[in-house]
Design a protein around this ligand. Structure first.
Ligand code: SF4
Length: 372
């Protein structure tokens, strides 16, 4: 077992991590110019998103919204469509609102302080610090899950990582490590090091440039750091939805603004209640949500997806309209459309419905019955 380090020389640790970063940093699009708008968008996109996926979405986003002005001027449906598939849709709605605020109140330039950034919708302490340091070089620490893990191991922090005690210690340790004037590189270095070397499982300790100062490694407990709370068990949901075609157009409704998946589109439907079958749930949901009577549900397929703790199975049916379409009255949505298929494909749907749209897009029989 290596000797347990009695102290951590901050400048040496910071230098070793910065050296490692200068040799191994990934070439990411927002790192080419550190344009504040790019850094901001990347920080919001990368929350809960894998890097490769984040880069693909970022590239597509910049082609359509290259600056604050173009994002501020966009229609929300287009913003949501570009975000479709990334999840946590409040991030896209907040980006849009924040871009309008920056455009109107700050002449299109992002505020350059933590406080100014935090006044924007959707910008919390983490994002404000990340943008302030990476885009504007402010000397503040940025603590994400990677940094929490590196600090918990380097200093063998035994308190649960989300506890106040651990948070305060991590902040204090990181502030001591931060070399003045190097916040842009150092914060990115620490996060990247946590992601690529000091990874959650099988950290690459043998190749680690700070191994000599790592207390968890010396004690052989690196795999048990950080200490985390027990994971909550998953919640299983069964849902049903119906695709209604009338006169060649497909009925879609836009979810309420204060709802989960707010402002996304969907086909009417909902949770299958206890003792109910999915086809009966579709008929009931149509009546409750639209006032329309539908019948003869014909199975299309079942689609599975997860969000947070939820594991959802969505049973999809095509349904037949029995009432007059003019009887439609929405009770669970803010607007509806009788849409052509290309219009349906231009709308943003949550995960299960998106899989359904993709499935229908390959179904020649279905497509023959709808307007392109
Ligand atoms: S020695 Fe291992 S556990 Fe410690 S910081 Fe390096 S990679 Fe992480």
């Amino acid at each position: 077992m290596p000797p347990i380090p009695s102290e951590t020389p901050e400048p040496a640790v910071a230098d070793a991590i910065l050296d490692w970063f200068s040799q191994h940093r990934r070439d990411l699009p927002w790192r080419r110019t550190y344009e504040p708008y790019h850094v901001w968008i990347s920080e919001i996109m990368l929350q809960q998103t894998q890097m490769e996926r984040g880069v693909a979405y970022f590239t597509r986003w910049m082609e359509r919204f290259p600056d604050v002005a173009s994002l501020a001027a966009a229609h929300e449906d287009e913003v949501m469509k570009l975000w479709e598939g990334l999840g946590y849709y409040s991030r896209a709605r907040n980006l849009h609102r924040a871009a309008r605020m920056v455009h109107e109140l700050h002449g299109g330039c992002l505020p350059d302080t933590v406080e100014g950034l935090q006044a924007l919708p959707g910008v919390g302490p983490y994002t404000a610090r990340a943008v302030a340091s990476i885009a504007f070089g402010r000397d503040v620490c940025v603590i994400d899950a990677n940094v929490e893990r590196v600090a918990s191991r380097l200093y063998d922090i035994e308190a649960p990582v989300k506890s106040r005690q651990a948070r305060e210690e991590i902040e204090r340790r990181c502030a001591a490590l931060l070399p003045p004037g190097r916040a842009r590189d150092f914060n990115q270095a620490l996060m990247e090091f946590g992601s690529l070397v000091c990874s959650p499982r099988n950290p690459a300790c043998a190749a680690c440039p700070v191994a000599a100062w790592c207390r968890a490694r010396a004690l052989g407990v690196q795999e048990s750091r950080p200490v985390t709370a027990k994971a909550q068990p998953p919640i299983y949901l069964t849902m049903a939805t119906g695709v209604l075609v009338h006169d060649g157009r497909v009925l879609a409704q836009k979810r309420m603004a204060d709802d989960i998946w707010a402002n996304l589109w969907e086909f009417p439907g909902g949770i299958v209640e206890e003792g109910e079958t999915p086809p009966l749930a579709v008929i009931r949901e149509y009546m409750e949500e639209t006032g329309l009577t539908v019948n003869h549900p014909v199975p299309i397929g079942s689609f599975r997806h997860s969000y947070t703790r939820y594991r959802v199975t969505l049973h999809a049916f095509s349904v037949t309209l029995l009432s007059d379409p003019s009887e439609l009255v929405l009770s669970a949505a803010q607007e509806h459309r009788w849409a052509t298929w290309s219009q349906i494909k231009s709308l943003a749907f949550p995960a299960g419905h998106r899989q359904l749209v993709r499935h229908l897009d390959g179904d020649e029989t279905f497509l023959a019955g709808v307007r392109p």
